[in-house]
Write a protein that binds this ligand. Structure first.
Ligand code: COA
Ligand code: MG
Length: 278
């Protein structure tokens, strides 16, 4: 991974003002949505608008187009238009298995990669096969709202009802070197709630969080970035390990190769973020 995905903002594809505004927002990645954020009567207009805007560029922000799902009236034409627009990613909703991605992968153009929404019971059970489906796959995006609906579950603050699904997808993503981004926090005016859920996502291992409103960007960027204390400790680990042979000790705790690898990963992440901000 050579790009941060701390903040991944959904943009309703039919709202031109929102698509324009996204050029000024400090999100690491943008999801130009043709699916659930667009009403049926606006689908065609949104497809044209999104593909045009994506081609005009969004600076360092990664541009993902979320097409309508396989089996909908819009899928084929969305996919053809999205492929032609050559975004950084095409996000396929409600992925159930590897074949869906394998059918699309050979048709991608340029640098475009595939992304999978993980939000159906079958998709979650097949996470491992989906993660291994094609080298064109770049990452998973958790669709926690659909998942809660499909499970007949409830949204709870600790997210116990979806924890198994989140963990299975993280395991599969990490096993295959994919990016893994957490689901949205619906109450976009509740900053404390958002911060707590971002923190939980970070602790689980997610790269970042999908967002629905610009007011959520700053919190996600902050929580998913390594802070100064973490970076300082990472530098001390590397320094101590370089000087020692085998195992070093920092602040009374042992530092082994694995701690150093993690320290290097954090420093790389901080570098990616600094490049994104410059
Ligand atoms: N991305 C970029 N800009 C956004 C935005 C988004 N997702 N949501 C709102 N904005 C902009 C608005 O255009 C407005 O900008 P302006 O004042 O410069 O015109 C500003 O942010 C404030 O918006 P606000 O009035 O607070 O919100 P709203 O009523 O316009 O929209 C939602 C609220 C929830 C309908 C809207 O944020 C939204 O549609 N979010 C995405 C939903 C989505 O994609 N769902 C599918 C995936 S879960
Ligand atoms: Mg969904």
């Amino acid at each position: 991974m050579s790009h941060p995905y701390r903040s991944v903002l959904y943009l309703p594809g039919a709202r031109e003002r929102v698509l324009e505004k996204a050029r000024t927002l400090p999100a690491d990645a943008l999801i130009f949505d043709l699916e659930d954020a667009v009403a049926p009567e606006d689908k065609l207009a949104a497809r044209g608008l999104v593909c045009e805007m994506v081609q005009r560029g969004y600076g360092a922000r990664k541009r993902l187009i979320r097409v309508n799902g396989l089996g909908t009236d819009w899928f084929e034409d969305d996919l053809a238009a999205a492929i032609a627009a050559e975004p950084d990613g095409i996000l396929l909703p409600k992925v159930n298995g590897p074949k869906e991605l394998q059918a699309i992968a050979p048709h991608l153009r340029g640098e475009t990669r595939l992304w999978a929404m993980m939000e159906t019971p079958l998709g979650i059970l097949n996470a491992r096969e989906i993660a291994a489906s094609t080298p064109k796959l770049a990452g998973f995006v958790m669709g926690t709202n659909d998942l809660v609906k499909e499970l007949f579950a409830r949204h709870t603050p600790n997210r116990a009802p979806v924890m198994t699904a989140l963990s299975l997808c993280l395991l599969a993503a990490r096993a295959h070197g994919l990016v893994c981004v957490d689901g949205v926090y619906n109450a976009f005016k509740d900053e404390d709630g958002l911060r707590a859920e971002c923190r939980q996502g970070l602790e689980l291992g997610f790269d970042g969080k999908t967002l629905i409103h610009p007011a959520q960007i700053e919190v996600a960027n902050e929580v998913f970035a390594p802070d100064e204390a973490e970076l300082a400790l990472a530098r001390r680990y590397i320094e101590a390990f370089d000087k020692a042979s085998g195992v070093a000790v920092v602040d009374g705790k042992i530092v082994e190769n694995l701690h150093v690898e993690n320290a290097v990963r954090l420093l790389k992440k901080a570098d990616m973020i600094a490049k994104m901000n410059s």
